[in-house]
Design a protein around this ligand. Structure first.
Ligand code: SF4
Ligand code: SF4
Length: 282
């Protein structure tokens, strides 16, 4: 996995994740999934890799750090902010390529024998990442690795072989005694008991479902890094190592007038390879 650009990885047996499924259903029942109807479909597949891709015996989980110069935050008053993961080439494309390369290198040459997952398939990737020993699930609901922090993207490779030795799950939480992200979240979207209320989450409202209802995004145009930039585990995390995550533009070069007048054609020519295009394709 290192040879194809992953920073951290682990391998998990393909078994049902019953505890994580129960917590997810409680979260859904609490009305926390704003217009995310797709989350209510295929719940059994999300928490059972064998149901998602029959024949799966193991799941290889890989993580890549993308922290860059804007991950630590913007100057106060700058109101055209873009989440730092969206400054580079779309991670879905990068991780899919890397996982396909990994499958080849591991000898899985029959494409249908494996499944590559990067957000697009229903799969409980954060629960799997914890079981793969990559990190703990923080109060900001993100996987936090003790070295890389939370500015990471995750991808999974479902394979039809058992592994001689599986990873040790990450057992501890580095959130004990902290709560900075709860205090920092501009909209109070982080539930003190755990989980995010996506109705209030700026990231969800600007990325997953740009709402037609009025919503104050607190200066964020796309995504939101507030609950990450304040996290002490990100303070000493290194910047990206994988060149695929080099930023291709800087939001600091653009003001609100630019964004207000931006045509889809110009957006495509300037930002066409980045996740930001989701904003223009709705
Ligand atoms: S800011 Fe503190 S509570 Fe929030 S995710 Fe980071 S360590 Fe955990
Ligand atoms: S992404 Fe922003 S709005 Fe959403 S929980 Fe984190 S700090 Fe709050």
């Amino acid at each position: 996995m290192a040879a194809v650009g992953f920073d951290v990885w682990g391998v998990v047996p393909a078994v049902e994740l019953s505890d994580a499924k129960r917590r997810f259903e409680q979260w859904l029942a609490g009305g926390n999934a704003y217009r995310l109807d797709y989350l209510e479909r295929n719940i059994h597949k999300r928490f059972d890799p064998q149901a998602l891709h029959p024949g799966t015996r193991s799941v290889i989980v890989g993580a890549v750090g993308y922290k860059n110069h804007l991950s630590e935050g913007y100057e106060a008053g700058f109101d055209c902010r873009v989440a730092s993961y969206a400054l580079s080439r779309d991670y879905h494309d990068s991780l899919r390529e890397m996982l396909r390369q990994a499958a080849q290198m591991l000898g899985f040459t029959e494409p249908k024998s494996v499944k590559v997952c990067v957000d697009s398939a229903p799969l409980a990737e954060k629960s799997l990442a914890r079981l793969a020993g990559i990190g703990w699930i923080g109060r900001n609901s993100l996987i936090i690795n003790p070295r890389l922090g939370s500015f990471m993207v995750l991808g999974e490779l479902l394979v039809p072989e058992e592994c001689d030795e599986y990873s040790e799950p990450y057992g501890e939480s580095g959130c004990v005694g902290c709560g900075r992200c709860l205090l920092r979240c501009p909209t109070g979207a982080i539930n003190p008991q755990g989980g995010i209320n996506t109705t209030l989450c700026i990231s969800n409202r600007t990325v997953e479902r740009a709402s037609e209802e009025p919503f104050d995004t607190r200066g964020w145009l796309f995504g939101c890094d507030e609950c990450q930039s304040c996290c002490p585990h990100n303070a000493s995390a290194p910047h990206y190592r994988n060149p695929r995550f080099e930023p291709t533009f800087s939001p600091l070069d653009y003001d609100s007038e630019f964004w207000a007048n931006l045509t889809p054609e110009e957006a495509e020519s300037r930002f066409g390879t980045t996740p930001l295009m989701r904003r223009f394709k709705k």
